[in-house]
Design a protein around this ligand. Structure first.
Ligand code: SF4
Length: 221
C-alpha cells in the first residue's frame, strides 16, 4: 500500500467512525474512555477486557469502580471482594490477583498514579504491549499503536504489513504508518473490524478499499 492509499484509508475511516470519542460507546473500553480519561481506569479495564466479551468487561469494570475507584482503594480491598466484583470476565480469579497487585505497585512505586511510560507499564503484571499502548493512547493521549486481533488481521489483509504476531505488527506499523495517524488507528480499525472487515465473512462488497486490498485481490474476488 502506498502513501496515497493510506491517506485515502484513514480519511475514509475517519469520515465513517470519527469522532469516535463521542461515539465510542460500542466497546467496553470505549464506554470507559467516553466516561473518563483516568489512566488507572483505562489500565484496569484493559486488563479486564483480555479474552472477554465487551459487555462482560463493561459490567465488571463498573461494578469494581463503583466500590473501589482508584489504585489506593483496590490495593487495600479484600481479594475475595475484588474477585466477586469482576466475576463476569474470563479468568476472573487470576485477573483479581493481578488487578490488586497492579494497584499495589502503582501505589508503592508510582505514588498512586499510572506511569505514562511504555517500559514502566510493561513491568506490571498482566500488562503486555497491547495493554500498555491502550493506556498511553486512551489514558494519556500519547501516540502509539495498540495492536489487537482486529488491527493485526486487517492490516495484514490490506497488505499494509506482512506479519505473524501482533507484536511484529506493532513494530511494522510504526515503520509504515505516519505518526499523525497512530492515535486514531486502533479505534478506527476496531470499529471497521466489528462492522465490515469481520474475522469471518468480511463484507468486501461494502468496503471502499477493494482496489488495493491484498486479501480481496488475491483471495476473495
Ligand atoms: S476488501 Fe474485504 S478484506 Fe479487504 S479490507 Fe475490505 S472488507 Fe477487509
Amino acid at each position: 500500500m502506498n502513501r496515497k492509499q493510506l491517506d485515502f484509508l484513514m480519511e475514509d475511516l475517519r469520515r465513517r467512525y470519527l469522532p469516535y470519542r463521542q461515539r465510542q460507546t460500542d466497546t467496553a473500553l470505549g464506554k470507559i474512555t467516553a466516561e473518563t480519561d483516568d489512566p488507572f481506569k483505562v489500565l484496569i479495564s484493559t486488563i479486564l477486557s483480555q479474552r472477554t466479551r465487551d459487555e462482560m468487561t463493561d459490567k465488571a469494570a463498573h461494578q469494581l469502580f463503583a466500590r473501589y475507584p482508584d489504585a489506593k482503594s483496590i490495593a487495600r480491598a479484600p481479594l475475595p471482594e475484588i474477585t466477586r466484583l469482576i466475576k463476569p470476565v474470563g479468568f476472573y480469579r487470576q485477573k483479581a490477583v493481578n488487578v490488586k497487585e497492579v494497584s499495589r505497585i502503582i501505589l508503592r512505586e508510582h505514588g498512586g498514579r499510572v506511569p505514562p511510560v511504555f517500559d514502566d507499564l510493561l513491568k506490571l503484571p498482566q500488562v503486555g504491549p497491547k495493554t500498555a499502548n491502550c493506556v498511553l493512547v486512551y489514558g494519556f493521549g500519547i501516540p502509539r499503536i495498540p495492536v489487537d486481533t482486529h488491527v493485526h488481521r486487517i492490516t495484514n489483509r490490506l497488505g499494509l504489513v506482512k506479519t505473524k504476531t501482533p507484536d511484529e505488527t506493532e513494530a511494522a506499523l510504526m515503520k509504515v504508518v505516519p505518526r499523525e495517524y497512530w492515535i486514531d488507528l486502533n479505534g478506527l480499525l476496531v470499529r471497521f473490524g466489528q462492522s465490515i472487515c469481520r474475522p469471518i465473512g468480511p463484507k468486501c462488497s461494502e468496503c471502499n478499499f477493494r482496489r488495493f486490498c491484498l486479501y480481496y485481490k488475491t483471495g476473495v474476488k
